[in-house]
Design a protein around this ligand. Sequence first.
Ligand code: GAL
Length: 411
Amino acid sequence: MKRLLTLIAALGLVAGMAQAQGKLEIFSWWAGDEGPALEALIKLYNQQYPGVDVINATVTGGSGVNARAVLKTRMLGGDPPDSFQVHAGQELIGDWVAANRMEDLTSLFQQQGWLDAFPQNLIDLISTPDGIWSVPVNIHRANVLWYVPADLEKWGVTAPASWEEFLVQCPKLQAQGVTPLVVAENWTQVQLWETIAISTLGPQGWNDLWTGKVAFTDPKAVQAWDTFGKVMQCANSDASGLTWQQATDRVVSGQAAYNVMGDWAAGYMTTTLKLTPGTDFGWEATPGTQGVFDMLADSFGLPKGAQDRQNTLNWLELIGSKQGQDTFNPLKGSISPRLDSDLSLYNAYSQSAAKDWQADTIVGSLAHGAAAKTAFLNQFADVIGIYFSSGSSEQAANAAQAIALQTGLYQ
Ligand code: GAL
């Protein structure tokens, strides 16, 4: 009898899948080179729900700088996509949940057994006392230093353990016609600053920045600007015109020694450029952040007023599933936060990231929406400009403190 009921339930499910109709609009910034992992998920969805027309709506631009602006216009204009990419943490909670724009997904989490499948620290990042607000699809690491091992050997250097060590290597690399560090457009500079600040403040000090326990004008936070300035003197002068992929390309082609980038760079190098981790490219935690995992997670939610609600719930169910996550993440360079993820499907880089995720001290990324809401991040992007035009660490630190208060960072 039990078997018969299971069979009937399974047939019902299959019929439901086949019957699903209409459309589903997924909104993200995973366009072009960033697309393959999302496209693989959509393919899986199409197989399960062949009657649904999936619209893969993307707005190009690393870290979502352009997509977030378009999303805001649509959300405020009453035209939400069915589901959209949003970073776990303050970008989700401080922006969209605070504005009461998301549906609570607690019952989906209960139905799918996700309260046990995902680690508690991640569930905390997507929850408030009133609900659970999105489905995380991955864990990315922001504090990674990338290089080509054979090139470092040729140039007589090894990956620096501290920024001081990097600054000693800098003239040596320059003398050989090599750019010591390749940096790209503004948001990648915010990310570089972030990794330097984690090294000067330590993980606890970094966490305390976001509660106000440590001020942006604290001597250690000011010191982060001093180091940032020195490090940027060892960088390419055309940074603002480069995408993160173009920066990665310069390391791969041997024009530059190092790049600081999140591990989507591993996805790009393996999935798009077909390189082998460990031999074609190497990695370390960014200088001074050994034992710290600067994390971010992409997630998708269900905005209130979504036109294709049931299709969206099916989408969320798929992307939170083991199959969905182990399809997406090996292509993306990220790991699955699911505790039952099958690591044999992942390459050497991701396996090492998964190990560090378990062992390291976890902190949340500023540049990728975990630590602060978007209003703060947008204005912090201008603080980078203030630093370069004034050349003053104190002025940059004061500006950061002022926007923390102005944007209600500590509320
Ligand atoms: C991050 C996002 C990653 C990757 C990266 C570069 O914000 O979480 O998945 O897309 O931007 O665009």
